[in-house]
Design a protein around this ligand. Sequence first.
Ligand code: GBE
Length: 498
Amino acid sequence: MGSSTRSCLLLLALVVLVHGAARSRSANNRFPDDFLFGSATAAYQVEGGWNADGKGESIWDHMLHEHPEYSADRQNGDVADDSYHLYKEDVRILKEMGMNHYRFSIAWTRIMPTGEANNINQAGIDYYNNLINELLDNGILPVVTMYHWDLPQWLQDLGGWTNPIIADYFEDYARVLYENFGDRVKWWITLNEPLTFVAGYSNDGYFIQPPWINKPGVGDYLAIHHLLIAHARAYHLYDEQYRATQQGKVSITIQSDWYEPLTNSTEDIAAADRARQFYLGMIAHPIFSTEGDYPAIVRELVDKKSKAEGRTRSRLPVFSKEMVEYIRGTYDFFGLNYYTGKLVTSGETGKNPSRDRDSEVVTSVDPSWPASSVSPWLKVVPWGFRKLITWIHENYNAPDILITENGFSDAGTLEDTDRISYFKSHLTELLKAVYVDGANVIGYTAWSLLDNLEWNKGYTQRFGVYYVNITDPARPRIPKASSQFLKELIQAREIPQD
Ligand code: GBE
């Protein structure tokens, strides 16, 4: 290469660089070209067909059949949005919006009715094959959650996530999924929101969910311990036996609020950091941090209190050095669900013992924050989204972050302007995290594609960008204004400015 060619290339590189920097400073409402847009659902919330074609009973089937009174409107997932029969409709509306990906979950009991690998239900395999093929035929990437809270009841009878044997069963399940779908599914999420579903073992009073066992500060910690191992088993299995041929990604989805210090006092700043460690780091630190294992402050406080309670060992089980290493780094991206934020100060709250009590934090919200009219917990705190993304970027080695859920609830109006402004403000903050803070956010997944069974809140809290009338047996999918908003946003690849 001649020297003039070389300086020409240098100059070109310089122009590209300067141009790139100018673009990121100015055009900050534009999404990167390879940014993924999608929408999400979960099996129990949309599928129905609860016992169709050999499906087994899950803990949600079990609980809401036994206890219809646990549900706000006495509804359950028996039929839900009937996606078991209407999946082609779901794919059609995803395509209508121009979605790049669809995050859905597989019902473990549809594939393995009891959770055991010697009993595979072919009709379940067929259903997900049909859904996956329909997505791919329409140019939509499947992003598949293995576990969105619907454990086989058979495994729950053995103690569910509190029994260490669960890791064997989860690995078997993951193997069946990689074997059957891994040729076409390249994005896997092992578990959805561990800290949400382990509350089924701590019965802490606000979210009634199976197995609804009242052992706070003990049962939830056991479940956390074993689910981290189960996740790592599924990850290593992929690494060792499937990655080379299937070349996909495996990770986990973690939900966290943003925890903002109530005041700028040293005490509140420390309390907010403790909250992040107890409510995000508890799962994220063992997997995503450089050191691995539970956060030091979590270990310290739970051990100290356990001792003071006269116990011979900590309520939070201890990982061996080998297990710390085995779990550390078991991710290909960071799956993040964000909905809301909290203010934090130090203090004592919650049952004794409990994770809340162990954390020595008290949370509150600012009464001036706008809120969902139907979900008391859902305050609109978009700036918390940016802070959370950036905190993860800075504390966990700048992972690729896929937003796997973000969304807003109402009673089900078609002119859902509040949902549109929620999306808009959160996407604006997301882009600040990308362009100003340098976070590697690779995609955004709106919760949810459809109004669906909001767990024990039934259909009283609706998150869909499509409306579903659950008294109509045909369950037609009716677009809300927010679906049009997303469609235009995805087409323009930038946030509309008014
Ligand atoms: C996600 O969880 C779930 O992954 C998804 O399945 C769900 O549909 C979506 O959010 C919308 O909620 O009595 O109203 O105060 C609060 C988000 C329960 C985290 C709600 C449990 C938020 C954790 C109960 N919270 N959720 S109450």
